[in-house]
Ligand binder design. Sequence first.
Ligand code: EPZ
Length: 422
Amino acid sequence: MEKLVIEGGRPLSGAIKIHGAKNAALPIMAACMMAEGTAMIRNVPDLSDIEVMLDILKALGCRTDYHQDTVTINTSTAHSHHIPESLMSQMRSSIFLMGPLLARFGKVQVYQPGGCAIGERKIDLHLSGLTALGAQIEEAGNTIVCTAKELRGAEIVLDFPSVGATENIMMAATMAKGLTTISNAAREPEIQDLQNFLNAMGANIIGAGTDTITIEGVTELTPCTYRIIPDRIVAGTMMIAAAVTRGNITLENVCPAHLTSAIHVLKRAGVQIAINGDIMNVSCLTRPRAVERIVTSPHPSFPTDLQSQIMVLLSLADGLSILKETVFEGRFKHVDELSRMGADIRLDLNSAFVKGVPRLYGATVEATDLRAGAALVIAGLAAQGTTVIEQIHHIDRGYDRIEQMLSRLGASIHRVTPVPSE
Ligand code: EPZ
């Protein structure tokens, strides 16, 4: 298996461009299924999750192409409503195809995506929302068959502002008959991007970014060309990497308004951040300060997808910090590995008590999930000595060649690909 090898202790410097947002591209690629014809999506990052979504669209009968950062999807030949279990098991985000396939074909067959390293990842809110729109759901074993003779608008209230459920319901409601309102909707920027894409195809949606989204159903959508927003989590990851290495970097193609809470936390830790449009300069020339209390929760609060990464900064900060994870019940798998590098972290239910230490030490560690892997990269950049990270396929799901991004910023990091044995 491939590994990343990092020589720590080098302050990051220089400038990089931030690539497009994985969590915007995936639902938007799925939404292409709702319009017959060819859509062109620009600024799509080269990630394994994107490859899987393209494989699923091909399995459904679409013709796809991916050249540089542009994905082309021709859905004219789409003929299937059945998402192969083998592909579904590779990426739980395949669940985003339920709404579009119901809207296009009136039927969809998927499989329980199951839990993962960070939690149970239930889909009950997706299913109850689609049921409210008139879908019938039959579950047998881990197979789910969803049918709808006609999707009708409804008033839906989410028990929890689930990102995926908000997106799936939005997409199904786009072509339902009548008006749909989603209350307690998720407010993430990726949902606003999906609304803008759907409206560019002829949908009639308002309110994304707030907790109430209103969708007036339409009968037809037309494919379009669209550009994905920058990836706020990749940007946040690079900001934290600059901070822990006492570096000074410039990030281009960022949307600071998508990172307000992360910027606020980093400034409380003593990180200098200067914003000029879509360019952000990040530096931290002294030891970061501890942050008394950080709580992850749905946007616009501190994002759970930066929790593992900020824990590395807190591990090196001067003092005691408390980091509480309220979105996923199992998102502390990186703590054991950070402790092996010298971090001083005590867990108590969903809170981590992080006592800053003067330095971390290189070690051979294992990525357990996407953002935990990113956190280990950050720790390796800051650590004294050599860090080897295994199971890096997790990282490739959400970062486009992370070693190239960081090498451009002066890091000593390279990917080791084992020679297949004869
Ligand atoms: C999206 O996942 C993101 N993935 C996640 O990013 C992100 O961490 C998450 O939103 C929260 O911001 C994509 O957009 C592809 P949720 P999603 O539904 O939609 C519970 C990354 O690192 N829940 O908001 O699956 C669920 O168990 C990934 O890029 C239900 O109980 O997140 C979890 O505890 C990781 N029932 C919480 O809600 C449901 O029907 C948040 O889940 C759905 C969710």
